[in-house]
Every structure is written in structure tokens, then in C-alpha cells.
Design a protein around this ligand. Structure first.
Ligand code: AMP
Length: 219
């Protein structure tokens, strides 16, 4: 089987993380999230983690060179030989160009663009509570935990990611519209983009993403 790469595009809070986990389980692809990779570096106290921290906490993008080295090291691991799903990458045009150069010819690429309006994103992000232990995500209104402050899956402590605070969220959305949204047109012109309405129920969104991802088999 040739290599296939799925790219999940969409603003912060569009549901990329949740949908990416489901798609990966369904398709047997490793889930590569640059946000998760940075958070792991921070938790381990690496030099890269320290350098990324100030950008992440203020809602800005980490500079491309730091992201690219980390990403390419990850996708060079043996589990990515047959392909992978990218969540939160690329976020800038130079990142997309670097990825394109790096992928071997014959790689099937599909970009799934999750569309959600800003008002819904603000509500989703500021209510999000993440498990410190397993990364599971709850929401104060949409999926409250059974025990306040504790993760349903592992019992770990729930917290508000510092970049989910209201002011930082507004900044992250502005950064997305400015620096990442131009990738929609870039991938559309290459015939690689599928748009998916991300404001529907998660199961419906998942079905649409799965159908769009299946379309790449023929590519
Ligand atoms: P996420 O979990 O995808 O929302 O990422 C959290 C934060 O990590 C972002 O707000 C950025 O500061 C940083 N980050 C993650 N992925 C990238 C990327 N591809 N390029 C630049 N910064 C990134």
C-alpha cells in the first residue's frame, strides 16, 4: 500500500483533536499533533519545550524552524512509514511548502477542512477542560465530567489550558484567520481540499470526514 497523509485543517476549537483520534483509530494511522508534541516537550522540560512556551502561552505560533524539525523527526519514526494524520500542522504557508517537498512522490494527500464560525469556537474553547493525566477533553456545558474537576476516563485532574483563557483564545483565532486560513486556497488549487461543516453533532462530522478521507483512496 502506498503512503497516505491526511491533514486536518481548521481553527482552534473546531474539534480537530477529537475527530483526529477517531479517524486514526478507524483508519489505523498514527495521530501526529504538533500541539501535543510541544506539550510533551514542555512536560519533559526540554529546551524545545522551553522555547515554545512563550509563543504558546500568548496564543502565537511557534516559529516554523522549531516546528519543522520536531515534526519531521516524528514522521520519520517507523510507525509513520505507511502514512499518518496531521492535526494542527501545517499552520503557515512555509510549513505547507516544506511538507510538500518532504513527502515522497506518489504519497496520497487529502486535506480535510473543518469549518466552524468564530462565535461557536469561542464558546467551545473557553469551556474546554483538559485532563492533566491522559489528555482527554471535557466541556463545562457540552460534556461535563461526572465528578467535578475529574476526568471520566482516568480520574485525572481537569484544568484549563493556559492557551484556552479568553484573551488568548481571541488571539489564537486571529492568528488562524491571518496565517493558516490562506492554506485553504492553496490546497484547494491543488485539488486536495474537502470542506466539512464542523458545527454539526460530532458523529455527523465524523461520518463526513470519513467519507472525505475515503475519497483519497482513489487518488
Ligand atoms: P494546538 O494544540 O494545535 O492548538 O496547539 C497549541 C499551540 O502550539 C498553538 O497555539 C501554537 O502556539 C503551537 N503550535 C502547534 N502546532 C503548531 C504549528 N504547526 N506551527 C506553529 N505553532 C504551533
Amino acid at each position: 500500500m502506498s503512503r497516505r497523509v491526511l491533514i486536518l485543517l481548521g481553527p482552534p476549537g473546531a474539534g480537530k483533536g477529537t475527530q483526529a483520534s477517531r479517524l486514526c483509530a478507524e483508519l489505523g494511522l498514527p495521530h501526529v499533533s504538533t500541539g501535543d508534541l510541544f506539550r510533551a516537550h514542555r512536560a519533559q522540560g526540554t529546551d524545545l519545550g522551553r522555547r515554545a512556551q512563550e509563543f504558546m502561552d500568548s496564543g502565537r505560533l511557534v516559529p516554523d524552524d522549531l516546528v519543522l524539525d520536531m515534526l519531521f523527526e516524528r514522521v520519520a519514526q517507523p510507525d509513520c512509514v505507511r502514512g499518518f494524520l496531521l492535526d494542527g500542522f501545517p499552520r503557515t504557508l512555509p510549513q505547507a511548502e516544506a511538507l510538500e517537498k518532504r513527502l515522497p512522490t506518489g504519497t496520497a494527500v487529502r486535506v480535510l477542512d473543518l469549518r466552524v464560525a468564530d462565535a461557536a469556537l469561542l464558546e467551545r474553547l473557553t469551556g474546554r477542560r483538559t485532563c492533566r493525566q491522559c489528555g482527554n477533553i471535557h466541556h463545562v456545558q457540552n460534556s461535563p465530567p461526572k465528578i467535578a474537576g475529574r476526568c471520566d476516563r482516568c480520574g485525572g485532574e481537569l484544568y484549563t489550558r493556559s492557551d484556552d483563557e479568553a484573551a488568548t483564545v481571541a488571539k489564537r483565532l486571529a492568528v488562524y484567520r491571518e496565517q493558516t486560513q490562506p492554506l485553504q486556497g492553496w490546497y484547494a488549487r491543488k485539488g486536495l481540499l474537502s470542506e466539512v461543516d464542523g458545527e454539526r453533532a460530532p458523529d455527523e462530522v465524523f461520518r463526513s470526514l470519513r467519507t472525505a478521507a475515503a475519497g483519497m483512496e482513489a487518488a
